[in-house]
Write a protein that binds this ligand. Structure first.
Ligand SMILES: C[S@@+](CC[C@H](N)C(=O)[O-])C[C@H]1O[C@@H](n2cnc3c(N)ncnc32)[C@H](O)[C@@H]1O
Length: 275
């Protein structure tokens, strides 16, 4: 918790353009105190937390990193309320792999799980897939809708929480980029089982998840909460054809603080074998 809090203070302070001195002045503390909070040497006094959160424009829950744990709100809700696209509008590389492996030469149904502001969902719709997409963030979904309207493509967008939403219809492609680490580990088997049962024969699961690596320190954003074990994602698809699986590391600045992630990427095809 201490690491998340220190990262968040620094992140929100920088996003508002405050120096440590400016934040310290607003709170009536010394800039050394702010510096120590941000390096994790000390934590702010509890009585200061409401003021600190208000000054940084976030809730106390979010400042402490609890917002995402509740599973009811998105860590990115406030970022998504801004006009600019937090994740940009360029589709992720994994979209191209889907396109290569299962081009929409016939009507293909695709579900984007945790679509955020819709950059990948809109790309797929532009390519001709019949796209549905969900996320927990109202602000993200609003932006995804506007993005689809602007691109003049149909995307069925709905709000759902990964934790309790289960698929009841089949898709040709289940796609999810940077989202499945929000699933609580105790729900993983059940949810992955549900997902696998809802991919048509010949269809694909294309998933990108953050994984734990001993040499990479926890990220200052909320991506570290339920990291997968390295390689764990692949094991769920041992009875499908693995079209692609890889592990890689990359630098990220999404929180305003440079950090590194490790991730696994999987594209697996349901070849219809029932064991
Ligand atoms: C790292 S972002 C990725 C967004 C998008 N896939 C992209 O690549 O641009 C993670 C997304 O997961 C969503 N999310 C987090 N917890 C969720 C939950 N319990 N149910 C549904 N979506 C969730 C967040 O709102 C956020 O949009």
């Amino acid at each position: 918790m201490r690491e998340i809090l220190s990262g968040n203070i620094s992140r929100y302070r920088k996003s508002l353009g405050f120096t440590q001195e400016a934040l310290a002045d607003k709170l009536g503390v010394t800039f050394q105190a702010v510096s120590k909070w941000e390096t994790g040497q000390t934590v702010p006094d509890t009585v200061l937390l409401p003021d600190l959160a208000r000054t940084l424009g976030v809730s106390v829950d979010k400042l402490l990193g609890y917002a995402a744990f509740s599973g009811e709100t998105s860590f990115y809700e406030e970022d998504y309320r801004k006009d600019e696209y937090f994740w940009g509008v360029t589709p992720s590389d994994m979209c191209l792999k889907v396109l290569e492996l299962l081009p929409p030469e016939r009507p293909l149904k695709l579900l984007d799980i945790g679509c955020g502001e819709g950059k990948d969902a809109v790309f797929f719709a532009r390519c001709g897939y019949e796209v549905s997409a969900f996320d927990i963030s109202e602000a993200g979904l609003g932006k995804a809708k506007r993005f689809a309207e602007k691109a003049r493509v149909p995307v069925r967008i709905f709000r759902a929480n990964l934790w309790d939403y289960r698929l009841t219809e089949r898709y040709d492609v289940l796609y999810s980029s940077g989202v499945l680490h929000y699933i609580k580990p105790e729900l993983r088997d059940e949810i992955m089982g549900n997902y696998k049962l809802h991919v048509n024969e010949g269809g694909l699961a294309a998933f990108h998840v953050f994984v734990e690596k001993p040499l990479i320190p926890p990220a200052p954003d909320d991506s570290s909460h339920y990291l997968w074990k390295s390689g764990q994602l692949f094991t769920y698809f041992h009875d499908w054809t693995i079209e692609h699986c890889s592990e890689y590391q990359f630098d990220c600045n999404s929180s305003g603080i440079p950090h590194r992630h490790a991730a696994n990427r999987l594209l697996a095809r349901n070849t219809g074998l029932v064991l």
